[in-house]
Ligand binder design. Sequence first.
Ligand SMILES: [Zn+2]
Length: 327
Amino acid sequence: MNTLTDVKYTPLGNEIVALLDDQCKKWELCGTNYRNLASVKSKEFAIRDKIVKLQWNPARLTSTAAKVDARSISERKCFLCAENRPLEQAGVDYNQHFTVLVNPFPIFPKHYTIIHKRHIPQQIETHLIEMLNLSRALGKDFVVFYNGPQCGASAPDHHHFQAGNIGFLPIENEIVAMKHQAMATLSIDHTNSWFSNDGFRKVVIIEGDDASNIQSAFQRVLVSLQKLRAVNTEPLLNILSYYSPETRKNTILVLLREKHRPACYFKEGSGQIVLSPAAVDLGGVCITPRQEDFDKLTIDDLRKIFIEVFPSDEFLFQLQNEVSSML
Ligand SMILES: [Zn+2]
């Protein structure tokens, strides 16, 4: 663990590392869950040349099995709104719109939820710039991630991002290879964009040194997805966001989705696997809150789940054609 005297973080990084330390001391649930995280079981598989880990994390059951249909959401109090949060939960203001909270049900050794101060719906179209700026403010030591309202966000009614420490998600070591495995590389709005298919994940990687250019390129991908899916709502997606101070570039990985939960999630009895893939899982750390799933999941199960929740090779090809046609 890094200590408070560690000087490598950005100013915001230092503030939120101190916040975690403080919350673990003053908030019993938080301290217990972070201590327990140190002893959670995990195991590792290699699918093709990529690493996928399993983490047996019982504290995540509420989130993994969250009911996110409109009725369930309307019948519960929003746990991200200030008036409903535990009294012990403290935050750090990032800017006038967002507050950083420690996630009390961690997956990462340092895990945060960055919530909008107002109760507004989860959506990325008008908030991507905020995400890119947040990545810059947190620097090289954190990944910022986003789960769409129908694709893993357990509070689809309250806009938020999450952040975790670098060095945890296997996909971080695979981005260079994923670029090489891209079926196409396009220059869009002064960014480089890779339409990558690594055999089981379909990802659009967008990289650039100007946030508004990345926003423009992402907007083209978003509009193309809506056209191909024939929807005017947000297409199913998750995003991982990184910033490199050395190159001064933001990189986002847009994880394209065919569906949120795989068929095995809805099975009954021994055929059920409670795995609800979102950004972290598809970044290479799959969370199984139940021990039975952790014990029985095989590499074939994982491969099938990934293939099922990502779109087809053909879809990625169509998307790349659609975006190209706009340039
Ligand atoms: Zn709320």
